[in-house]
Design a protein around this ligand. Structure first.
Ligand code: IMP
Ligand code: MG
Length: 193
């Protein structure tokens, strides 16, 4: 019998429920990577990864893709609810990668209101036409969107609940959980808006 505690065991105790295990995520990534490799076959890909949420997802996904590719990381801050209810999306760097004529795959952890991916893909279209642009997310949260976003690659669909792990955070924490889950109510200090 294996009695060794898994890594992250105490962090996992903060979860109420696990939605997707490490193994389920890995199996899904195999399939997503296969589709991406097939779709861009014969070309070179530029992957734009939105940070920090896409950190683990992009690292694991790209190592399964059998294509020559470059990686650009963009830091994006989105403000939800509270006093910033306009849902502003701010790019945290002045410099955008050169994307004219490139085959681009934009990767984010989760599609929620759609503000982030809408803003980013619009910026890319305006600032020098990419050859092709596709969008992939690990999670598609089934909620009413502020902006519609067409997804080309989706890991899993989830309901309207706040999730953490595998890159997704609550107040900057829990990104390093290998699975994705829902926090216990007593781990959430204030109502999430
Ligand atoms: P959108 O702009 O509303 O589509 O939201 C996208 C961003 O909100 C994501 O990149 C995440 O950083 C964050 N987000 C949305 N839902 C969740 C969640 O359930 N857990 C953690 N972060 C989330
Ligand atoms: Mg994010």
């Amino acid at each position: 019998m294996n009695t060794v505690a898994p890594p992250n065991a105490s962090l996992r105790m903060d979860l109420d429920r696990v939605l997707f295990t490490e193994e389920e995520i890995a199996a899904r990534l195999d399939k997503m990577a296969e589709s991406i490799t097939r779709d861009f076959e014969g070309g070179t890909l530029t992957v734009v990864a939105l940070m920090h949420g896409g950190l683990f997802f992009v690292a694991d996904l790209l190592r399964r893709i059998d294509l020559p590719l470059r990686v650009e990381c963009l830091s994006v801050a989105s403000y939800h609810g509270g006093t910033e209810s306009s849902g502003r999306v701010t790019l945290l760097q002045n410099h955008l990668p050169e994307l004219a004529g490139e085959n681009i795959l934009v990767i984010d952890d989760i599609l929620d209101t759609g503000r982030t991916l809408h803003a980013i893909t619009n910026r890319f279209r305006e600032s020098g036409a990419p050859n092709r642009m596709k969008v992939g997310v690990l999670l598609d949260k089934k909620v009413e969107r502020a902006h519609e976003v067409d997804l080309d690659y989706t890991g899993f669909e989830i309901g309207n609940e706040f999730v953490v792990g595998y890159g997704l955070d609550y107040r900057g924490l829990y990104r390093n959980l290998p699975c994705i889950g829902v926090l216990k109510p007593d781990r959430i200090d204030t109502p999430l808006s």
